[in-house]
Design a protein. Structure first.
Length: 300
């Protein structure tokens, strides 16, 4: 009986006779590095950084299938310009819309429930015009379309959530990294407040417990964190350009907790010091320890 070493040696010789590497796809596949859990891209334009982050994870076709209805959920909460870093960068949002359509999505929807006047937020943020130009269906939240949803959480037992999120084939979460006076930081998990109906301000009484309850009900296929410009103080609304720092960074991953943990480090914080990130990890929603996560860093 041949040993494994003799078998591989014989097989390699036969492959050379049959045309080399092309005859051994299974060996090449086994030797190729595994896909990372996180991608961290620094430099370049927001469009190039977003594309590079998604490609590093395997490309948008890994997440979106032909015919899918996809929700791309940014933060459009405030009547602020992109330079003020209170909302998701519009170029990051538009690039994700384009990537979804290139992957074969039937429709891409973009919306949020803002805190300020929705029409001003959508336009001032730059998200509505650029997302529409990219091919998205951009709409204002319809108060009639919130559906009471059982959450079975530790803090939130149920809450009205937006049906467009619940009915979508795929959801992509696109938060901005910024300071928040109460929660510490606004990142991906907190971005789900934009799909809540009712008096959502009530969850501020126990926001670090409520946000994991909310996150457990929504399963994004991908989280893309905008850290092109970050708001370092006076969040979540900001307004003073002195509080804005340009990081020129986009991160992406399939583990929403790990993406938030990475976002915390980008903001100079220890991830476990942010209560809702720590609690989400404790409830098994993702990984807090970045040392256990395969990360690909890309410099453009």
């Amino acid at each position: 009986m041949k040993t494994r070493r003799e078998f591989l040696k014989t097989s390699a010789g036969a492959a050379a006779c049959l045309g080399g590497a092309a005859a051994l796809p299974w060996i090449l596949e086994a030797a190729s590095p595994p896909r990372p859990d996180l991608a961290l891209v620094h430099g370049g334009t927001p469009e190039k950084a977003t594309r590079a982050a998604v490609e590093a994870l395997g490309g948008m076709k890994r997440f979106v299938s032909r015919g899918d209805v996809v929700v791309v959920k940014p933060n459009i909460g405030w009547d602020r310009t992109p330079e003020q870093a209170a909302n998701t960068n519009p170029l990051v949002v538009a690039t994700l819309v384009i990537l979804c359509l290139e992957a074969g999505a039937r429709k891409v929807k973009v919306f949020d429930r803002p805190c300020n006047d929705p029409r001003r937020c959508y336009e001032q943020s730059g998200i509505a015009p650029l997302a529409r130009r990219a091919g998205a269906e951009v709409s204002f939240v319809d108060d009639r379309r919130f559906k009471e949803t059982a959450l079975h959480g530790q803090v939130l037992k149920s809450w009205p959530l937006y049906e467009e999120i619940l009915e979508a084939d795929k959801v992509i979460n696109v938060p901005i990294a910024k300071h928040h006076g109460l929660a510490g930081l606004t990142l991906g998990l907190k971005n789900w407040m934009g799909i809540m109906g009712g008096s959502r301000g009530r969850i501020h009484q126990n926001i670090h417990g409520a946000l994991p309850d909310l996150a457990a009900a929504v399963k994004p296929c991908l989280t893309v964190l905008d850290a092109v410009r970050v708001l370092t103080a006076h969040g979540p609304q900001g307004g003073d350009l002195a509080d804005v720092k340009k990081l020129d960074t986009v991160a992406a991953g399939v583990d929403m907790v790990a993406v938030d943990a990475l976002g915390a480090t980008l903001m100079g914080k220890v991830p476990s010091d942010i209560g809702y990130i720590r609690n989400a990890a404790d409830r098994g929603l993702g990984t807090l320890d970045l040392g256990r996560v395969a990360m690909k860093r890309i410099e453009l």
